[in-house]
Write a protein that binds this ligand. Structure first.
Ligand SMILES: [Zn+2]
Length: 304
């Protein structure tokens, strides 16, 4: 720890109190730059103050103004999970599967399925985790832990877990973003939050509920972010779905390149129990598991 003082032994005038204090502060600054002492804290990144800081950041606001201007008179287009501009599969013919797990956050979605994460680690199953800013706020230490594990890819599930709409659509009773400005913050502010914490900008965005309009998919594309949904709905999000039903949903609908949607924020659901059955059966069928980031993605309904 004391590299600085080992190499800079104070002698003579350097033993004075102001110099020692100065040397101590310099040492702290040096160690902070190595991220060894000044650990990141949740308070630095909480949604509300983080967004307020972005609202005072001229480059963020310039980009927001430009993008919002482009969409101010745009038509929302189709609303759904499988619309133009949204990807659902890996572009591959190999027997590869991408498991994705959403961490939604908010009033009813703040849990963390540690058992599931431990199972994925134990079985060395890579997974892509779509996290919201809200979920990060509630699980900062767990989030940091996940970001440091190369098994997991971190992607964007929106700042406040709102379905992405430029005109205030809702889905499953969850209000979507009201306009292009809010859609921009939902996507871009969470991308910047994840990048600020992890050092990596997410490439993919799955909106809350996976519902999105065509304008929002284009808006994400403007930000160099690909909107995605899924090919295989595991059904784990319907409370009390038995593990056998989740297992059957996945095994019946799987095909090479499929993106499977599941959740990691409800330990009381049967996601982990189902995965314990699904993984060995898919391995028996010759499937391997991958993250999204090494692949080009494709969608059934138009542009990638
Ligand atoms: Zn969600």
């Amino acid at each position: 720890m004391n590299y600085f003082l080992i190499y800079f032994r104070p002698t003579g005038r350097m033993q004075s109190r102001p110099y020692v204090i100065y040397a101590f502060l310099m040492q702290i600054a040096f160690l902070c730059s190595l991220n060894t002492v000044c650990a990141q804290t949740a308070e630095d990144y909480l949604n509300q103050p983080f967004l307020e800081r972005l609202n005072n950041d001229s480059s963020y606001m310039r980009l927001k103004k430009k993008v919002v201007h482009e969409f101010v008179n745009a038509q929302p287009g189709r609303w759904g999970e499988f619309i133009k501009g949204v990807s659902e599969d890996l572009k591959t013919t190999e027997k590869l599967i991408a498991f994705t797990f959403d961490a939604c956050g908010g009033e009813k979605g703040t849990g963390f399925d540690k058992e599931l994460i431990e199972f994925l680690r134990q079985e060395k199953v890579p997974a892509t985790l779509f996290v919201t800013g809200k979920w990060i706020d509630g699980h900062f230490t767990d989030f940091l832990n996940l970001t440091r594990d190369p098994l997991f890819e971190i992607e964007n599930h929106g700042l406040n877990h709102k379905p992405c709409s430029i005109d205030g659509e809702s889905e499953y009773g969850i209000h979507g973003t009201a306009n292009a400005a809010e859609a921009f913050d939902e996507i871009e502010a969470n991308a910047r939050k994840i990048e600020a914490i992890t050092g990596h900008r997410p490439r993919f965005y799955r909106s809350a509920t996976a519902f999105i309009d065509e304008a929002c998919a284009r808006l994400a594309h403007e930000l160099d972010i690909q909107a995605i949904s899924f090919q295989v709905l595991s059904g784990d999000a319907i409370p009390h779905t038995p593990e056998s039903v989740i297992e059957e949903n996945v095994l019946r609908n799987i095909s090479p390149g499929a993106i499977v949607i599941m959740h990691l924020n409800h330990p009381e659901w049967n996601t982990c129990e189902a995965m314990r059955k699904i993984i060995p059966r898919l391995r028996q069928q010759g499937y391997r598991f991958v993250n999204l980031n090494a692949f080009e993605l494709i969608g059934k309904n138009g542009r990638k």
